[in-house]
Design a protein. Structure first.
Ligand code: PBG
Length: 329
């Protein structure tokens, strides 16, 4: 007798029955870039299909996203002006604060996450305050807490610190509790590597460091044990969701973190992962939709509960078509 695994691959319907991992639209978060102005929909060169939206356009977009079944957005702001301490990041009428309020006003059920960081807002492009030529951890914590609080005041459901300073989850949690925002959640960019796959984002958000790199605060991609340490610290400090970033080069890390902690685990399918697929598909070298689904399913298979992805809209449409196809038969 020969053992024949191919029996289970014989027809599309059999394959559908034995499929182990599924992508659900419920698991997807859509990142959006917001800018000042009105009626603005400025295409992002490095990220085909993505735009820097003004607040009114974003509100419109929110309606579409929710109608596609996408449960959540994560907002990234582009300020009017940058300065040494990134002051627009915590301004009451800052771009993200306005954007959160507008989305919550138009589509209250859409879950709004906000990226809490300084790199888009500082003139030097680093994710913290610079003192004596270095990114000063403890001085940055105060500012991060102010940013998070201002996002909570604007109505954000979750704040998502992406700076990689030590102690920021506790600092933000304490600030939110003290000021009465006990229901505002924290999605921690717990395991964030110093990755070259953030390139297209830095063009989109105009956030590249003017001097040096981020290696003194983001992690070395060669380290796995350190990822487990970072994840458990953020759990202890009060995070609600733990994130790993980037996703594709870190499937092993997603798997290990998932098996060790009980909080939901998110993975960020970052700008470079998106742009590579788009660029190769444009050249006709790969099938874009198939590559997208294979990527997303591999991230789920590794153990991510949630995926932040620039593909969320396209994936949602494809999943919807798939459902309809079988409903009609
Ligand atoms: C801000 C931030 C970055 C990303 C998310 N938040 C850029 C960086 O750390 O340089 C990258 C997201 C992406 O590439 O899609 N610190």
């Amino acid at each position: 007798m020969m053992i024949r695994p191919r029996r289970l691959r014989r027809t599309p319907t059999i394959r559908r029955m034995v499929q182990e991992t599924h992508i659900k639209v419920d698991d997807l978060l859509y990142p959006v870039f917001v800018r000042h102005g009105k009626g603005e929909r400025e295409p992002i060169r490095s990220m085909v299909g993505h735009y820097r939206l003004s607040v009114d356009e974003l509100a419109q977009e929110a309606v579409e996203l929710f109608s596609l079944g996408i449960p959540a957005v994560i907002l990234f702001g582009l300020p009017n002006k940058k300065d040494e301490s990134g002051s627009e990041a915590y301004a009451r009428d800052g771009i993200v604060q306005q954007a959160v309020a507008a989305v919550k006003d138009r589509v209250p059920e859409l879950v709004v996450f906000t990226d809490v960081c300084l790199c888009q807002y500082t003139d030097h492009g680093h994710c913290g305050i610079i003192r004596n030529g270095v990114v000063d951890n403890d001085a940055t914590l105060e500012i991060l807490s102010r940013i998070a609080l201002s996002h909570a005041e604007a109505g954000a459901d979750f704040v998502a610190p992406s700076d990689m300073m030590d102690g920021r989850i506790r600092a933000i949690r304490d600030t939110l509790e003290r000021d009465g925002f006990k229901d505002t959640g924290i999605l921690a960019y717990a395991v964030k590597y110093a990755s070259s796959f953030y390139g297209p984002f830095r063009e989109a958000a105009d956030s590249a460091p003017q001097l040096g790199d981020r290696a003194s605060y983001q992690m070395d991609p060669a380290n796995a044990r350190e990822a487990l340490k970072e994840a458990s610290i953020d759990v202890e400090e009060g995070a609600d969701i733990i994130m790993i970033k980037p996703a594709l080069p870190c499937l092993d890390i997603i798997h290990q973190v998932r098996s060790r902690i009980s909080l939901p685990v998110a993975a960020y399918n970052v700008s470079g992962e998106y742009a590579m697929v788009k660029a190769a598909a444009q050249k006709g070298w790969i099938e874009g939709n198939k590559a997208m689904m294979e990527m997303l399913v591999s991230i789920r298979r590794a153990g991510a509960d949630l995926i932040l992805t620039y593909f969320a809209k396209e994936a949602a449409k494809l999943l919807f078509e798939h459902e309809k196809l079988y409903a009609e038969k």
